[in-house]
Ligand binder design. Structure first.
Ligand SMILES: NC(=O)c1ccc[n+]([C@@H]2O[C@H](COP(=O)([O-])OP(=O)(O)OC[C@H]3O[C@@H](n4cnc5c(N)ncnc54)[C@H](O)[C@@H]3O)[C@@H](O)[C@H]2O)c1
Length: 269
């Protein structure tokens, strides 16, 4: 006979505190809202204070608990201050989602060093700083989940994207190193790599006539990704449902990166 679980919650996130960086927009906002809908309380960190406040307000309006914090993930002092404020108000962090990211586009031939450094400092350095800082709050419980948002660009060189792909590739290895260094402490580290997803970061790309339709045709799912698609994967990897998954990458791209063989004009089959 099938025994129904005592808790109706599949993910079991009700008593958890989640910290989401870059939670003031796009994918980060969807992740923050999804955690709140699953019963977790959420610290929304963003360099853009207004964005963080809007996300937190949406969570509170829906009956959840949230704290908005202005934070630059590339600045160690700013991350420390946010971690202290989050601890004071929401208690120790159980889940950290390293989502904050930027693109400083440019061809490598002429890319200014400042753009190279900024992309690495936010996208990769921010993951390191936040992981190191918030893990202090996880260790006393002997439990924690890190989920880092990389990209399909981590394994597919993206011409003209400056240091973006390099930083995202670095996140995949950082996550693996965290998994092996901290796994024995009960802290898991995994990556979610989104494919093409419609957010304020990429909106301009889809505004050109016919572009969305053409790009959708290249994706087995037949559509561009939505922030909610990414949030679903993040919640799974943050929950105890994935307790034995550590150091892995989950690609959420509608099948796009499996289309290589379909690009050939073979003609036979
Ligand atoms: N949208 C896509 O197609 C796509 C695809 C693959 C990966 N991603 C990744 O997903 C993540 C979210 O992207 P998005 O599309 O939602 O972008 P977005 O621009 O809508 O949101 C990013 C958020 O990060 C914040 N942020 C930027 N720099 C920060 C810093 N130094 N400190 C704190 N916050 C900072 C921004 O203020 C913004 O609120 C990024 O890591 C991005 O690289 C996006």
């Amino acid at each position: 006979m099938i025994q129904r679980a005592a808790s109706p919650s599949f993910l079991g996130l009700d008593d958890r505190t989640a910290v989401v960086t870059g939670g003031g927009s796009g994918i980060g906002r969807a992740i923050a809202l999804a955690f709140a809908a699953a019963g977790a309380q959420v610290a929304v960190l963003d360099r853009n204070r207004e964005g963080a406040l809007d996300t937190a307000a949406a969570i509170e309006q829906a009956g959840g608990r949230a704290l908005a914090l202005a934070c630059d993930v590339s600045d160690a002092a700013s991350v420390s201050a946010a971690a202290e404020a989050s601890l004071d108000t929401l208690g120790p962090c159980d889940i950290l989602v390293n989502n904050a990211g930027i693109i400083r586009p440019g061809a490598l031939e002429t890319l200014p060093a400042a753009d190279w450094n900024a992309a690495l400092a936010v996208n990769l350095g921010g993951c390191f700083l936040c992981s190191q800082t918030f893990a202090h709050q996880m260790r006393p419980k002997g439990r924690g989940a890190l989920v880092h948002i990389a990209s399909i660009s981590a394994e597919n060189a993206t011409a003209g994207a400056g240091a973006y792909s390099v930083a995202k590739a670095g996140i995949v290895m950082l996550s693996q190193q965290l998994a092996v260094e901290w796994g024995a402490q009960g802290i898991r580290s995994n990556v979610v790599s989104p494919g093409m997803t419609l957010t304020p970061l990429t909106q301009a790309r889809y505004e050109m006539p016919g572009r969305t339709e053409r790009m959708s045709q290249a994706i087995p799912a037949g559509r561009i990704g939505r922030p909610q698609d990414i949030a679903e994967a993040v919640l799974f990897l943050a929950s105890d449902r994935s307790a034995y998954i550590n150091g892995q990458q989950l690609v959420v791209d509608g099948g796009f990166t499996r289309m290589l063989m379909s690009l050939l004009p073979r003609g036979d089959y």
